[in-house]
Design a protein around this ligand. Structure first.
Ligand code: AMP
Ligand code: ZN
Length: 462
């Protein structure tokens, strides 16, 4: 079946076809590195990870670029407050972000361009816009995009600009602009910027936020590429402005599919730094969440529906993950006697079809867990056929390629194996006292021993 994605610009699901067969060029708006990213941000980054894993699963080669916003009002303000240069501040939070990405098993992007390394490209794009009448310099030597020069403005947001204009004019005091809605491409230096500025044809200043994503996406993916992602708050004004300035600068097409994930909420409000209602990844880890439980919690809702987060969701995630590892274990134990030729279960096709339909994770999860239930029933009744084993294990493997929620095997230290061996020998001699003593010792060291028909199994205590 073909893939269908909800394209924000079409306001509906449309068939997905990349520009170059077999390859997908993907740009995702990255973090503003003035502080630690919160799990709301990571809901968006995990949606993008799922999208990318899914495209890889479908056989595409994905080339992925994620920018790092390392200069804006927030970074400048925070660096001044901390008595650091913006470079020191943003390097610290970029490092933290990369650690979080790794610990959440998010596939790394092919490139993470930093805004401050691309000022020349941004200046060049602004000059192109100015030369063709899409941009103008104001008295204070800032440069603005001239909204009236671009007829298609509002395609992503579907906003009625004529209505907006009259209200905005009242609240907007930047009267040096030709139109209050014109947005900044280049901001002239002012006292608050301190030592943060770059020389440009318009004097000292720094780029506006939107121009960085246009300049960097075009540099690394070309004028016209496949998918551009972000959270819904990126639609306006960020992506709307990016679209306007990119199309005006290149005089051609920019992005084919715009995909946006909904907010992560907490007690009914959007999780955000401004409201102070956020959790960081490290907070969740110290609350007992594992990376896999965080992934499960943030990925089990559909990316286009709001998701309300609470700390007790890790219980639900833990139970679900345990169900997967238990069935995997049961199938592994039977694997030796299974035939090598083994078809995928019928449910696999339905599972993929659910994901083909705009990444319908709730439906895909319902199919997958329904299949686990039926496998367990067959196993309990002794009715599972050997031909179902390898296909079943492959289904679990594919599921995990997409969601990455099965914990990686803990490495069991050799001393533990020696102890387990000793305990087995004691059990064989019916020396229960020694066997229990060793079990308690292992427990103290953080390991659980379970006796199964195929011998003792050891796993880390949760
Ligand atoms: P920022 O670091 O503010 O530029 O945000 C990085 C990404 O996180 C953007 O794509 C935002 O749309 C996204 N984002 C911010 N808050 C939330 C939230 N509460 N839920 C989902 N995504 C969010
Ligand atoms: Zn962006």
């Amino acid at each position: 079946m073909s893939i269908r994605f909800y394209n924000t610009i079409n306001r509906k699901k449309v068939e997905f076809e990349p520009i170059t067969p077999g390859t997908v060029k993907l740009y995702t708006c990255g973090p503003t590195v003035y502080d630690t990213a919160h799990i709301g941000n990571f809901r968006t980054f995990l949606f993008e990870d799922l999208l990318k894993r899914f495209l890889i699963f479908k056989g595409y080669k994905v080339y992925h670029v994620m920018n790092i916003t390392d200069v804006d009002d927030k970074t400048i303000k925070r660096a001044n407050k901390e008595g650091m240069t913006i470079n020191e501040l943003t390097l610290r939070y970029t490092k933290e972000f990369m650690n979080d990405i790794k610990s959440l098993k998010i596939l790394p992007a092919d490139k993470y361009p930093r805004a401050t390394d691309h000022i020349a490209e941004m200046i060049q794009m602004i000059q192109t816009l100015e030369e063709s009448g899409y941009a103008y310099e104001t008295k204070d030597h800032s440069v603005y995009f001239r909204l009236d020069s671009y007829d298609s403005y509002g395609q992503l947001t579907k906003i009625d600009l004529t209505k907006q204009r009259s209200t905005e004019r009242i609240i907007n005091d930047e009267y040096s602009k030709d139109n209050p809605q014109d947005f900044a491409l280049w901001k002239a230096w002012d006292d608050e910027d301190g030592k943060v500025f770059w020389e440009s044809p318009w004097g000292r200043g720094r780029p506006g936020w939107h121009i960085e994503c246009s300049a960097m996406s075009i540099k690394y993916l070309g004028n016209h590429f496949d998918i551009h992602c972000g959270g819904v708050d990126n639609i306006f004004p960020h992506h709307e402005n990016e679209l306007a300035q990119s199309v005006s600068a290149t005089k051609g097409l920019f992005v084919n599919y715009w995909m946006h994930s909904e907010y992560l909420h907490i007690q009914g409000d959007k999780m955000s730094k401004t409201l102070g209602n956020f959790h960081k990844i490290s907070d969740l880890i110290s609350e007992g969440f594992t990376a896999e439980e965080i992934r499960f919690t943030l990925l089990s809702a559909h990316y286009r529906s709001k998701l309300n987060f609470s700390l007790n969701q890790n219980q639900e995630a833990r139970t679900a993950i345990q169900r997967i590892t238990d069935i995997q274990q049961r199938l592994f134990e039977l694997k030796d006697s299974a035939q090598t030729e083994s078809p995928m279960p019928d449910e696999f096709e339905e599972f993929v079809a659910a994901l083909d339909d705009d990444l319908d994770t709730p439906k895909a999860f319902a199919i997958f867990f329904g299949w686990i239930r039926s496998m367990n029933n067959l196993l309990d009744k002794g009715e599972l056929m050997l031909s179902q084993i390898n296909g079943g294990l492959e289904f679990i493997g594919k599921f995990d390629d997409l969601f990455a929620i099965i914990p990686e095997e803990e490495i069991v230290p050799q001393e533990l194996y020696d102890l387990i061996d000793k305990r087995e020998k004691a059990r064989l001699k019916q020396d229960w006292k020694t066997a229990d003593k060793i079990r308690n010792l292992l427990h103290k060291e953080g390991w659980l021993v379970e006796d199964s028909p195929s011998g003792p199994k050891v796993k880390p205590k949760k």
